[in-house]
Design a protein around this ligand. Sequence first.
Ligand SMILES: Cc1ncc(COP(=O)(O)O)c(C=O)c1O
Length: 369
Amino acid sequence: MANAASRPVPRPGVLDIQAYVPGKSAAPAGVKLHKLSSNETPLGPSPKAVAAYGSIAGKLELYPDGSSTKLREAIAGRYGLDANRILCGTGSDELLQLITKAYLGDCDEGVFTEHGFLVYRIAILAAGGKPVVVKEKNFTADVDAILAAVTPKTKIVFLANPNNPTGTYLPFDEVKRLHAGLPGNVLLVLDAAYAEYVRRNDYASGLELVAESENVVMTRTFSKIYGLANLRLGWLYGPAHVVDALDRIRGPFNVNGAAIEAGAAAIADEAHVASAIEHNDKWLAWTTVELEKLGLSVTPSVGNFILIHFPATPGKTAREADAFLTQRGLILRAVAAYGLPDALRMTIGSEEANRLVVAALTDFLAGKA
Ligand SMILES: Cc1ncc(COP(=O)(O)O)c(C=O)c1O
């Protein structure tokens, strides 16, 4: 007999998950929308990627290559990697989920930092594991605190480098120190979704560490600098034994043909990536300085977004700023879910969008409508 008490119940942890809430994407009627809430590129994808995407239109009845061979070879060629150690996925989100599913079981612990990317918590809980959250220092991951949180139950340490939503990063020496302090059975996941934007000599995405270790994986995405978020495409580089394990549990055709074609064309268009970097360098610096001139504090960022801190004074709060900006079609990201209720995250947008945000916040802080 069916009754409420006998209905199927999700495994422990699933209902503790707060479903991921994507950045807002709507503006009031009649107002031009500037979506600065999901760290998408204002330059869009490479025209060559768009053309390659279109080449699949006449082949929609065919399954894609289940191994994403063309794309893995394009990535391997670009970075000088072994294509057999690359795995592609439906966004790096899928890869983070696969890693957790394969390496973390019931009651195992997954470690990440206080303002770390929300998907880590979701993936750990979905696998039945326990999220262990480590304090940051100055909105930056703290290697000693991470190492102190590792126990015999720890299976994975996630590090977003640079981190979203803070925009801060750990120099490569610190990443190596973190790795050196971890037991060999703990998998270190370096999430380098914003690596292409970083302009610091002491930064490395982690490819070198992956190459020489048995317990480090690096994930990357086509959603940010490559402008292909809509296609859902990411990749990882890992030790052969890790790639083999993940390959066994992924969906047989987890990457669609349009994404494979567009991704391969995008990675070959280095000029397009260079112009995205140039745009970001210029406007990241400009926007940071202009907002600081308004008296707002901005966490120094190496990514394509900034974390803007607002005072607690009524009339000047992050929540009120968000509502004010939204009225003008400027959609930023509220980051209370990341433990940052007094801040908003702004993607570096087009020149027009960046100037409009600065003008709007000037008015907001001056109490003008
Ligand atoms: C740090 C970080 N990792 C991973 C992702 C997921 O990217 P995607 O699934 O689009 O590849 C994001 C997206 O916002 C991110 O900020």
